[in-house]
Write a protein that binds this ligand. Structure first.
Ligand SMILES: Nc1ncnc2c1ncn2[C@@H]1O[C@H](COP(=O)(O)OP(=O)(O)OP(=O)(O)O)[C@@H](O)[C@H]1O
Length: 358
């Protein structure tokens, strides 16, 4: 996803079901973050493997190996990096790829690290090339060459660094150059959460926010949270508002369902934009195939917004397929919107194939 594009970023940030953080999240998330591996819900594989890596390092009295965490936004990469620091009894420094545009920015951070400190580098795939090259040496040899001066008179001054643990996070591990990927001792891939896991996240968050929620209420919110704890926590806060103002403060299935209807998040976690795209695809184009540009005009959105903001979840949910001939709705999409697909070979979808170009 090209997050430098303002249109997409704004369209995404405005959504209640956005996986990326907004201002309110940033404030509340600190309070809701699990503090150790025991409190961290789900991600069994990564948790077990990481537990071994950290325990072994502690037993050896060594600094933990560098860790790469990959996965979609909001799945807990930042949280896990803080847990790594806590489990190692080490301080943590947090920065991100886009914040490091010059090798000098990185040199300043690296040279001020304490022994054993955890450096969390979010969006590591967005670091500048020269900084990335400096990082190779820092990760491998705990050393950087600081260039002093310019042109022919420039000299490289080697600088020793204390051993540290780099925790890199990326939504796209495939974008990392192999030399960088190879320097991580452990790579953990974060998966989307199962509804039962999100229910556990919700019960825990409700306790911390001091709001009463029953099993069915948590299940109702979990089912609409798109496999993502950040979205689950955000929906919980909106449902809490509704429960406080319109009900007796307790979140049960009915309260959660009605509240999320008010906020236009449906039973499967689709919001207004997702449904507009699906409805256009089904009602105007008989389920497709239809070109992306045509679909975008039909819903009055930018092409990029439809492609980058709405489609990934629709594809993940098996509601929409991207084919060489255009976007096509699946039988599950018709079922979800309660519509009947046109008869094959009649005047329905197959009869319309090829009519709608890009
Ligand atoms: N496994 C988990 N158990 C409980 N809560 C979780 C878990 N994972 C994430 N959360 C909660 O979800 C929110 C978002 O998590 P976090 O900031 O770690 O995600 P992230 O993957 O770093 O996102 P981004 O890539 O956007 O920075 C936090 O409030 C955190 O408390």
């Amino acid at each position: 996803m090209n997050w430098d594009d303002d249109t997409e970023a704004t369209a995404e940030a405005d959504r209640l079901v956005a996986a990326s953080a907004d201002g309110e999240d940033t404030a509340v998330e600190a309070a809701l973050r699990p503090k150790d591996l025991g409190e961290f819900v789900g991600q069994e594989k990564v948790r077990q493997q990481l537990d071994l890596v950290l325990k072994a390092a502690r037993q050896r009295g060594a600094t933990a190996d560098h860790v790469l965490l990959s996965g979609a936004p909001g799945l807990g990469k930042t949280t896990l990096s803080m847990i790594i620091a806590a489990e190692m009894g080490a301080p943590i420094r947090i920065t991100s790829g886009p914040a490091i545009q010059h090798a000098g920015d990185l040199a300043a951070i690296l040279s001020s690290l304490q022994e054993g400190e955890v450096l969390f580098l979010d969006e590591i795939h967005r670091m500048s090339r020269p900084a990335e090259e400096m990082l190779y040496m820092a990760m491998e040899d705990f050393r950087v060459d600081v260039i002093v001066g310019k042109g022919p008179g420039a000299t490289a001054i080697p600088l020793e660094l204390p051993p540290f643990t780099l925790v890199g996070a990326t939504t796209r591990a495939g974008l990392l150059p192999p030399p960088l990927r190879d320097r991580f001792g452990f790579t953990g891939h974060m998966e989307f959460y199962a509804p039962e896991e999100l229910e556990r996240v919700l019960h825990r968050s409700a306790r911390l926010l001091d709001v009463e929620i029953d099993t069915a209420g948590a299940a109702e919110i979990a089912g609409r949270s798109r496999g993502t704890p950040r979205i689950a926590n955000r929906l919980l806060r909106r449902v809490r508002d509704y429960a406080q103002v319109r009900a007796d403060g307790v979140i049960n299935r009915e309260v959660a369902g009605t509240a999320l209807q008010v906020y236009e998040v449906d039973g499967r976690g689709l919001d207004r934009l997702d449904r507009a795209v699906l409805e256009a695809l089904l009602k105007l184009f008989g389920g497709g195939p239809v070109g992306l540009s045509t679909l975008a005009v039909a819903v009055g959105e930018e092409r990029e917004t439809v492609e980058e903001v709405a489609e990934p979840f629709l594809v993940r949910e098996g509601l929409l397929a991207r084919t060489p001939r255009g976007r096509v709705a699946t039988p599950a999409a018709w079922a979800h919107l309660g519509l009947v697909p046109p008869r094959q070979g009649g005047s329905g979808s197959s009869g319309q194939q090829g009519l709608f170009g890009a």
